[in-house]
Design a protein around this ligand. Structure first.
Ligand code: GCO
Length: 467
């Protein structure tokens, strides 16, 4: 019927390639609940959320969205939205209680059943091994600042790979090691709640090492056709002005947010400026001879999570903060623009900047946008609908930014909306709703928001229609 190819017709909007992967993402502790069932032991997030004052309203993941008991219905919901991919994480203390020793068969069975259900519905499982739920026993033994935790992680990876390697094609080692290291060990706003900047740098290295060791285990265990990946929440850092002092502030944050992971993983080295900036805190002697070779094992893709940009200027900021050794050098400046319920500015340009940067710096590495989305104060109206026009605008703008980056040569293979369901938003508890599906926590009733219906149309048509 059409005489012009769709991608050349502006009226059609942004059309994505037919193989583009359209997904949604979740994480174990944020949705599963069943915190004390089938042998699961506490993670650092169980401990942290039960500590008064750490999570708003005293919320915990004990019940969450009760996904552990509603898994089949939730997969049916994904199928009804037409998703091609589903990104979930495995709870370490569910499959290896206490973080040592043999696997729990019941724990593995849950994820095998989830993968089977997804495959039955024609949805590709995208598995993340670590989305922040370190077994509490391993934190008691020192946590990520201790080198042994990296070896424990590799052992756990082997248990999961052995049980799911035959049915999961896409494997991610870590989700956002920046948050695990720096929010958890320097800022203290995430579990385990420590405020020790030097320990946070050790944690970052041992997360990198755990990643590299796990890549080795995965390559040895799962079929060679499988995709092995890592997800980083790279910061789209912008200096407030072009003054040398502001540009230097941006350089510092780029080192602490981005290059502390990108450089060892993709180039087998830590950035010289990072080592110099943090020299008063540590001499980095915890980096042993072979580590960088292990950490830089080749990957098949890189996942990036993006929500909003980071604007910095020369100045200072109070401690505790997630930025070791930057407190006398960097001031954080609120970016302009409309805000989400998290008070995060909406600025899709940051996603375009990151994707084109990766195009230039890692031209041979395909990219997945493994998280992007927004929280708003959603409610079910008397007619039973959830109207969330701001979220649709947010998603539209960010998908258009992805498309523009692809037209500019970025090799983006998929997009995963954060999140499938409203869920436990870490230190914010259940007060922040990121889902495209509303969850009434009292009844556990799921209600697709307008944005879910919009996203289903995007997936079905393979593109973002013009407004
Ligand atoms: C993340 C997080 C999610 C958050 C989301 C919104 O990986 O940061 O994976 O767990 O819920 O980012 O803050």
């Amino acid at each position: 019927m059409t005489t012009t190819a769709p991608h050349t017709t502006p009226a059609a909007g942004a059309i994505f390639p037919p193989a583009f992967r359209w997904g949604a993402a979740t994480a174990a502790y944020q949705i599963e609940g069943a915190a004390n069932e089938d042998g699961r032991t506490p993670s650092i997030w169980d401990t942290f959320s039960r500590t008064p004052g750490k999570v708003r309203n005293g919320d915990t993941g004990d019940i969450a969205a009760d996904h552990y008991h509603r898994m089949r219905d939730d997969v049916a919901l994904m199928a009804s939205l037409g998703l091609t991919d589903y990104r979930f994480s495995v709870s370490w203390p569910r499959v290896q209680p206490t973080g040592r020793g043999p696997a729990s068969q019941k724990g593995l069975d849950f994820y095998r059943a989830l993968a089977d259900e997804l495959l039955f519905r024609g949805i590709r499982p995208v598995l993340t091994l670590y989305h922040w739920d370190l077994p509490q026993e391993l934190e008691d033994a020192g946590g990520w600042p201790e080198r042994d935790t990296a070896y424990r992680f590799a052992e756990y990876a082997e248990l999961v790979a052995g049980a799911l390697g035959d049915r999961v094609q896409t494997w991610t080692t870590l989700n956002e090691p920046w948050c695990a290291a720096f929010l958890g060990y320097a800022d203290g706003v995430h579990a385990p709640g420590r405020t020790e900047p030097a320990a946070a740098l050790r944690a970052a290295h041992h997360l990198n090492l755990g990643h590299g060791l796990a890549v080795g285990v995965l390559r040895d265990t799962i079929p060679t056709s499988a995709e092995v990946s890592l997800t980083l929440n790279l910061a789209a850092v912008r200096p407030l002005t072009n003054s040398p002092a502001d540009v230097d502030a941006a350089r510092r944050i780029d080192a602490l947010a981005n290059r502390v992971f990108l450089d060892p993983v993709f180039h087998g080295r830590y950035p010289e400026d990072l080592l110099a900036d943090t020299a008063d805190l540590t001499d980095w002697a915890f980096v042993q001879d072979e580590d960088l070779r292990v950490i830089s094992r080749p990957l098949d893709s890189l996942g990036i999570n993006y929500y909003s940009p980071t604007v910095v200027a020369a100045g200072s900021h109070p401690l505790p903060s997630p930025w070791p050794a930057a407190q006398d050098h960097v001031r954080f400046v609120p970016a302009p623009g409309p805000r989400t319920a998290m008070d995060w500015p909406v600025d899709a340009g940051g996603l375009y900047e990151l994707l084109t940067r990766l195009r230039d710096e890692l031209p041979d590495t395909p990219v997945l946008v493994t998280e992007n989305g927004a929280a708003y104060d959603d409610y079910v109206d008397p007619s039973g609908a959830v109207h969330d026009p701001e979220r649709i605008t947010y998603l539209r703008e960010h998908l258009e930014a992805v498309h523009r980056a692809m037209e500019a040569g970025a090799d983006v293979r998929g997009y995963f909306l954060w999140s499938l369901l409203d869920n436990f938003e870490w230190a914010y508890g259940y007060g922040k709703r990121f889902g495209m599906v509303h969850v009434d926590y009292a009844s556990q009733r799921r209600t697709p928001k307008d944005s879910a219906l919009w996203y289903a149309q995007v997936v079905a048509s393979g593109g973002v229609p013009r407004e």
